[in-house]
Write a protein that binds this ligand. Structure first.
Ligand SMILES: Nc1ncnc2c1ncn2[C@@H]1O[C@H](COP(=O)(O)OP(=O)(O)OP(=O)(O)O)[C@@H](O)[C@H]1O
Ligand SMILES: [Mg+2]
Length: 454
C-alpha cells in the first residue's frame, strides 16, 4: 500500500488518537488538527487526504470541505459525523467529498476506505499523466512544414481548435495528415482532458457501426445481452473522430445528421433521447461532393459537415516542405534505430523532389524508415530509395523497338501529348516531361507547335 500524508481533524482528542495510531500503523504520515482554521493551515502545507469531523468548534465540516477543495481539488476528504442528515450528505458529495462515514465508526472500515480513496487518486493521477504524455506529441509544431500552405493550415487548425465549433470536416488524399490533424485539434482544445475516440466507418459492418457509435439497450438485437454505451456517450465532453466518413451507409448518415443538428440520439433499441456534448471530426480522402452527386452520400449531411472544412494539401503541392520532412524523419529514426545518419545526398534529394509522392507524407516516412534501416553509411543516396529506382525505370522503360525509332518524332509526339494533357499549359506540360520553361519553349518552337500552346 502506498504511503500518504493524512490529516485528522476532530476536536475530540481520543478520536484523533485512535485514528492516528491506526493510520500510522498502516504506514502513513499523519497530522492532526482540532479546529477548522487549524485544519486549513495544515492543508496548505500539503496533504493527500483529510479525515474531517463534521462538527467542529469554530465551524462545520462542509464549510471546511469547500475551502479545502478551493486550495486543491485533488485532496481527498472523508467526512465523519454523528449527525448526518441526507441533505448534508448530498451537499458534501456535491462539493466533492469522497465519502461520508457515520460516527461511531469501526477503525478497520475507516482504514479500508482510506486505502481505497488513495488508490483512486493514484489511478486518477496516472490517467492524467498518461493523457498529458499522449497529448505532447500533438502540439501544432508536430506538423512539419513552413510553406505558405502549411503555415495557413496550422493557423486554421489553431483557430478551429480554440473555437467552440462542434463539427469539422478534414479532407485530403491518403497520407496527408488527417489523423494527425484530428488529434492536434482535440489535444489543443478545451476538450483535451476528455476522451478522444476514433472509429473508421468503412472498417465495421453497418449494424455494428451503429451500436458502436450510438450504443444499444439490452435485448435490442440477438447478441445484445447487456446495455452498452456507444462512442458518443463515452466521449462526452471530448471528441469523436469519424474516419472515412464518406463510406458511411445512408441509414446511419441520417442518424448522424440528427445528432449533429440537435446533439441528441437514441441508443439502438432505446426509447429516450440522450444528449451529449462532443465535437465530431469527420475525415475522408474521397471527394464527398462527388459522392453526393452519385447519390451515396446525403446532401444535407454533407452541408452540415462542410460548415468547417479543412483541406490538407497533397505533398506535391508544397514540395518545398519535403527537405524538412525528410530531416524530421531522419531525426526520428536516428533516435529509434540508434543510428547517426546525417541526411540525404543532393542526388537523392533531387530524386525525391521529382518523385510524385502519391502516398504523401506517409510515403515519405516509410521511404526514409526503410532507407535508414538498411543503410550503413552516414548519408542516404538514391540507391537507398528503391521507390526512386522504380520511378526512374518507368521513365526509362520504353524499350527500343527492333526496327529502331525516329528520336525527334518520338520527342515531338511526347511534347504534343504533354501539351494536350495539360490543356496547352506550357508550365504543366514541362513538368510532365521533366523540363523547365525554357526547354519546353525551345521545343514548342522547334516543332512548330506554337499555335497549339499558349
Ligand atoms: N505535415 C506533416 N508533418 C509531419 N508529419 C505528418 C504530416 N502530415 C502527415 N504526417 C504523418 O504522416 C503519416 C500519415 O498521416 P495520417 O495518418 O494523418 O494520414 P491520413 O490523411 O489520415 O491518411 P489516410 O487517408 O490514409 O487515413 C503519419 O505518420 C503522420 O504523422
Ligand atoms: Mg487516416
Amino acid at each position: 500500500m502506498q504511503q500518504a500524508t493524512i490529516l485528522v481533524v476532530d476536536d475530540e482528542q481520543l478520536i484523533r488518537w485512535a485514528l492516528l495510531e491506526r493510520l500510522r500503523a498502516a504506514g502513513h504520515h499523519v497530522l492532526e488538527a482540532e479546529t477548522g482554521a487549524d485544519a486549513l493551515d495544515r492543508v496548505r502545507e500539503g496533504v493527500d487526504l483529510v479525515l474531517l469531523d463534521y462538527k467542529l468548534p469554530d465551524t462545520d465540516g462542509v464549510t471546511v470541505l469547500r475551502r479545502i477543495k478551493e486550495v486543491d481539488p485533488d485532496i481527498l476528504v472523508i467526512l465523519l459525523t454523528a449527525y448526518a442528515t441526507v441533505e448534508t450528505a448530498v451537499e458534501a458529495m456535491k462539493i466533492g467529498a469522497y465519502h461520508f462515514a457515520n460516527k461511531p465508526f469501526n477503525l478497520d472500515d475507516v482504514a479500508a476506505t482510506v486505502a481505497n480513496a488513495l488508490e483512486t487518486t493514484r489511478l486518477r493521477r496516472e490517467v492524467r499523466c498518461l493523457r498529458a504524455s499522449q497529448a505532447q506529441p500533438f502540439e501544432f509544431d508536430r506538423i512539419v512544414g513552413t510553406s505558405l500552405q502549411m503555415v495557413a493550415l496550422k493557423q486554421l487548425l489553431r483557430k478551429v481548435a480554440a473555437s467552440p465549433a462542434s463539427t469539422v470536416l478534414l479532407t485530403g488524399e491518403s497520407g496527408t495528415g488527417k489523423d494527425l490533424a484530428a488529434k492536434i485539434l482535440h489535444y489543443n482544445s478545451s476538450r483535451s482532458q476528455r476522451p478522444f475516440m476514433n472509429i473508421t466507418c468503412s472498417a465495421i459492418p453497418e449494424s455494428l457501426l451503429e451500436s458502436e457509435l450510438f450504443g444499444h439497450e439490452r435485448g435490442a438485437f440477438t447478441d445484445a445481452r447487456q446495455q452498452k454505451r456507444g462512442l458518443l456517450e463515452s466521449a462526452d465532453g471530448g471528441t469523436v473522430f469519424l474516419d472515412e466518413i464518406g463510406e458511411m451507409v445512408p441509414g446511419l448518415q441520417a442518424k448522424l445528421l440528427r445528432f449533429l443538428e440537435d446533439k441528441t440520439f437514441k441508443r439502438v433499441g432505446g426509447q429516450h433521447d440522450i444528449r451529449v456534448d462532443v465535437r465530431v471530426i469527420g475525415a475522408t480522402n474521397r471527394n464527398l461532393e462527388g459522392r453526393v452527386k452519385e447519390g451515396v452520400f446525403r446532401e444535407d449531411l454533407y452541408y452540415r459537415l462542410n460548415v468547417l472544412p479543412i483541406q490538407l494539401p497533397p505533398l506535391r503541392a508544397h514540395l518545398e516542405d519535403l527537405p524538412g520532412m525528410v530531416d524530421f524523419y531522419v531525426d526520428q529514426f536516428n533516435r529509434e534505430f540508434r543510428k547517426s545518419v546525417r541526411g540525404v545526398t543532393p542526388a537523392a534529394m533531387r530524386g525525391l523532389h521529382d518523385y510524385g509522392w502519391p502516398g504523401n507524407v506517409r510515403e515519405v516516412r516509410n521511404a526514409v524508415e526503410r532507407a535508414m534501416l538498411l543503410t550503413e553509411s552516414q548519408w542516404l543516396d538514391p540507391k537507398d530509395f528503391p521507390v526512386l529506382a522504380a520511378h526512374a525505370h518507368a521513365v526509362l522503360g520504353i524499350a527500343l523497338p527492333s526496327e529502331g525509332v525516329r528520336l525527334d518524332e518520338l520527342e515531338r509526339s511526347l511534347v504534343v501529348q504533354a501539351l494536350e494533357r495539360s490543356g496547352g499549359n506550357k508550365t504543366r506540360a514541362a513538368t510532365l516531361l521533366g523540363l523547365n520553361r525554357d526547354q519546353i519553349r525551345y521545343r514548342v518552337e522547334k516543332f512548330g507547335l506554337v499555335k497549339a500552346a499558349h
